[in-house]
Structures are given as structure tokens and as C-alpha cells.
Design a binder for this molecule. Structure first.
Ligand SMILES: [Zn+2]
Ligand SMILES: [Zn+2]
Length: 363
């Protein structure tokens, strides 16, 4: 497709004082000008965040395959042109670094975010969290702290689905009660002996289990796996505010590529596991077997929201690692590289201590 020049839909947030760019600041929870210090408050309303009926949405149909348009933005500030796609919520002018917000990106999807949690952890804080975390492991390679100097760390608003559902389950199975019997046997010397043997008495049991699930959170972008998202859960969703493009100023953001029904399938799998566990604990006496659970799900609702995350991918000795920091709570998750030198030195030190100990006790 021929690139077109986008003009009106882009949002810029220029400083009323000096015309520099305003950034959303996690510290002050306002738009801030780094140039002259001007601050602009954002209206924190929550009236637009409501639950939507999932059935209605599924009947209405999912996202049609969207045509991603290649667009060119002519910066109103410096006049230079930057390429971006119609699905890019935020992008940077390649010449003056002005970061523009493209609210149209969310409109390429049938469902637009109703709420979001603004960033609370800024870049410096997330680096400090990383340094503390990487420093704690006693064999963390020292040079890993170099990460702080690289620009591999970026804050991004990622799309999420939350689902609610009422569940009503019936279950049946066998609860097992342990009891002990005295058994007589002849030992290898030909003597009569007795021993206690555990046996299980199986008792048929059944019942019902009703549970309302609230806000099961499913990642809406395929850039991370659900397990990776969950590694930095929980998010405090009581802090959700209405979606507002101002919070995106100076940040990266993404649109969903996991449809609302596919997200729901993941949520239902999570509910199913949790229901099974609950029924198992009702069926169990000392143990259980043959548990069958049948569940009906009703009144399913969903919300589409954006949540803040710090993402860092870095290479260390030819291997790629990444870590995540929850942009609201600062919870960190990642895999630490193991320095082979330090491991070898540690093993040698242990061997030396053992040798010294043997020499001392024998000396
Ligand atoms: Zn200013
Ligand atoms: Zn520019």
C-alpha cells in the first residue's frame, strides 16, 4: 500500500509554557515538561470502566482481519517525516524525538480499552529494582550491571483482558480414608513378626460448588506468554482509571492481537483448574480418586484495559535474557545468567575447605 501522510488524528502534548513535549510522569501522576518544569493535571475519572457482556460480544463477531496501513507522519514541530503503521499507538519523530500518540491505533480493533493503570514506577526506579535483584544472587556476573547503561529497557502499556464469570459445578468421586492393619510375616531369620500396613477405604462422595470469579487477568498481546505476564502479577485493578491518551505521552503502547474469545478460553482453563482443586479438597478425606467435575459458566463479562510493564531484553555472553518489572508495583521477574567463573571458584573454595577440614581432623 502507498504510504499516506497522516495529519489530524495524531495527538501531541506540547508544553503550554515552552512548547517542548509533555511526558506522563509516574512520580507526579501528571504531564510534566522536563524543560521548564510545567505540570498539567490529568482528570482521573473511572466512570467509563464497566463490565461488558461477553455473549453479546461473541454474537456480534470478532475482529475482522485488519489491514495494517503504512503511514508517514510529518512532524508539526520540526517538519521531518517518520514512518509508522496505523496500529502503532505511540511513536517517535526520528528527527526531534517528539513522541506522538496515535489514538487511531486502538480503533483498528473492535474493542477499545476502557480503562488503564498509569505507570507508577519510573525508569530510574525500575533500574534500581533490577540492580538490587541482580546483585542479590551471589554468582550474578558483575558486568551485568552494565545493563543500566544500555537503552534496552522500555516502559510499555500492554493490552489485557479481564473476565468475570459465575460458575456452578457438581462433582462426584471417591474419598479415601487410610487405616492400618496388623500383618504377620516371617522375617529372613524365620521368626514370626508383625507390622502395620496402610490400607484405604474408598467412600463415594458428591456435592456442588458455586463460585464467582472476579477479574481473571489475561495478557492480550502475544509478545509475552501468559506465564510471563503472571510472573509479575498481581496488578491492583482498583486503581484503574479511564483510558486517556495523555498517559501514553512519552511511553510505548501496544494493541491486542489475542481476540476476546481466545482470551476467554484461557480464562476458562484457569477457572476450570481452580474449580477442580476446590472440588478435590471437598472430595478428599486422606486422598481421593475418580473425581468428575461438571461446570456451567454464566454471566460472563469482560473488560479491555492497558497495564504498565517495564521490559528488558539483553544479551549476555551470546545468550538472550529478559526481565520484567510490574510498572505499578515494581515486582520483578527474570532469569539470572550464571557466571561460570564464579561457579567454578565457588566449587574450588568448597573443595579447599573440605581438604582443610580433613587435614585438621586427621592431623
Ligand atoms: Zn515547558
Ligand atoms: Zn520532529
Amino acid at each position: 500500500m502507498e504510504p499516506t501522510t497522516a495529519t489530524s488524528p495524531l495527538l501531541l502534548f506540547p508544553c503550554p509554557g515552552c512548547n517542548s513535549q509533555l511526558y506522563f510522569s509516574p512520580k507526579s501522576q501528571q504531564l510534566v515538561c522536563e524543560h521548564c518544569g510545567t505540570k498539567v493535571a490529568i482528570d482521573k475519572s473511572t466512570d467509563l470502566i464497566k463490565e461488558n457482556n461477553l455473549r453479546q460480544q461473541l454474537n456480534a463477531g470478532g475482529d475482522a482481519s485488519v489491514t495494517v496501513e503504512q503511514l508517514v507522519y510529518k512532524c508539526t514541530r520540526c517538519g521531518s517525516q517518520s514512518a509508522f503503521t496505523s496500529e502503532t499507538p505511540t511513536f517517535t519523530c526520528s528527527f526531534c524525538n517528539y513522541e506522538a500518540v496515535n489514538p487511531v491505533a486502538y480503533k483498528t480493533r473492535i474493542i477499545q480499552p476502557s480503562g488503564m493503570v498509569p505507570f507508577k514506577v519510573d525508569k530510574q526506579q525500575s533500574l534500581d529494582i533490577f540492580k538490587t535483584w541482580i546483585g542479590k544472587g551471589w554468582w550474578a556476573p558483575g558486568d551485568l550491571k552494565e545493563i543500566a547503561r544500555h537503552d534496552a529497557l522500555h516502559g510499555i502499556y500492554l493490552p489485557f483482558w479481564t473476565y468475570d464469570a459465575q460458575t456452578n459445578s457438581t462433582w462426584s468421586g471417591y474419598g479415601g480414608r487410610y487405616y492400618y492393619e496388623t500383618e504377620h510375616y516371617t522375617d529372613s531369620n524365620g521368626n514370626r513378626q508383625t507390622r502395620q500396613v496402610q490400607r484405604t477405604e474408598w467412600i463415594y462422595r458428591s456435592g456442588t460448588h458455586d463460585h464467582f470469579f472476579d477479574d481473571i487477568l489475561i495478557g492480550g498481546a502475544t509478545e509475552l506468554s501468559q506465564n510471563e505476564y503472571e510472573s509479575v502479577f498481581p496488578y491492583q485493578l482498583e486503581e484503574l482509571v479511564n483510558f486517556d491518551a495523555q498517559y501514553l505521552s512519552g511511553w510505548k503502547a501496544d494493541v491486542y492481537d489475542i481476540a476476546v474469545n481466545d482470551g476467554y478460553d484461557k480464562a476458562e482453563a484457569i477457572m476450570k483448574d481452580s474449580i477442580y482443586e476446590a472440588c478435590a479438597s471437598m472430595c478428599r478425606i486422606d486422598t481421593y480418586k475418580g473425581l468428575e467435575v461438571s461446570t456451567s459458566y454464566s454471566n460472563q463479562t469482560y473488560k479491555h484495559i492497558l497495564l504498565p510493564l517495564w521490559l528488558c531484553t539483553y544479551a549476555y555472553k551470546g545468550k538472550s535474557y529478559h526481565f520484567l518489572v510490574n510498572g505499578q508495583t515494581g515486582k520483578i521477574h527474570g532469569k539470572k545468567p550464571v557466571s561460570t567463573t564464579k561457579v567454578v571458584l565457588t566449587i574450588l573454595a568448597v573443595i579447599l575447605v573440605v581438604i582443610a577440614f580433613i587435614a585438621m581432623t586427621q592431623g
